[in-house]
Design a protein around this ligand. Structure first.
Ligand code: ATP
Ligand code: MG
Length: 216
């Protein structure tokens, strides 16, 4: 299979890259280098038209939005947090799956004051509690949210939960489900038009790869 256009795909290192690799391989795309070992940010593949661009997870939608890359793979958590940036989101890759949850200390008495919620996901948290008609104070953190209730920074946290082991190890329990999360393929709107045949061909083979891996 040959693409008519050059295609750049933005990916983050770590779990997204690892879990996208088999899908790309199914589509006949294999990078020549491992981003965990190489310092290169633009990776060539066995398909001369296809390049992988290594970007921080939360920056992927921005690069795609501005057309600096044609396509990207971003967690639904990141997309929900950014709001509508005018990207196409044509395919759920069904990888990097987890849940966005409210969590806290079991049986904690919140007291009469406004609940304080520590999270990296300010917009999603705001939306969740607003939908319940609950006024909360949100404290923005950049990582290790589990610590916040343990030292009295917040009553609750909003974080991604996969197995629940990290919560458990810190004496926390999941309390409310906010959203099911997985990684999505996102496409720049101009690339969708200008490189339509190539983009839709890549989309079709990735969809097939997702279905094969879900079935297998
Ligand atoms: P940044 O590098 O910008 O801080 P990050 O630390 O969230 O981003 P990763 O930890 O690699 O980056 O996560 C990338 C994506 O993987 C997240 O956006 C989310 O969709 C998914 N993810 C994060 N944590 C989990 C988890 N525990 N289980 C499954 N998927 C997860
Ligand atoms: Mg991380």
């Amino acid at each position: 299979m040959e693409f008519n256009d050059s295609l750049t795909i933005a990916l983050s290192k770590g779990r997204i890259f690892k879990q996208v690799l088999p899908l790309l391989a199914h589509a006949g795309i294999e990078p020549y280098e491992d981003p965990e070992l190489s310092r290169k940010l633009i990776l060539e593949t066995n398909r001369p038209q296809v390049k992988l661009v290594i970007i921080r997870a939360s920056d992927v939608p921005t690069y795609v939005q501005y057309g600096a890359v044609d396509l990207g793979v971003a967690g639904k958590d990141v997309l929900m947090e950014q709001g509508d940036t005018g990207l196409y989101e044509p395919l759920d890759l069904r990888i990097a799956r987890c849940r966005m949850m409210v969590a806290g200390v079991p049986d904690a008495d919140p007291g009469p004051e406004r609940l304080r919620i520590a999270t990296k996901y300010v917009a999603s948290t705001e939306r969740h509690f607003a939908a319940k008609g609950q006024q909360v104070e949100i404290i923005k953190l950049y990582g290790s949210m589990e610590l916040a209730p343990l030292v009295g920074l917040s009553n609750l946290i909003v974080d991604l939960v996969e197995s629940g082991n990290t919560l458990k190890a810190n004496g926390l329990v999941p309390l409310e489900h906010i959203a099911d999360i997985s990684a999505r393929l996102v496409v720049n709107k101009a690339a969708w038009k200008m490189k339509h045949a190539s983009v839709t061909e890549l989309l079709a083979i990735l969809r097939e790869a997702v279905e094969a891996s879900v079935a297998g």
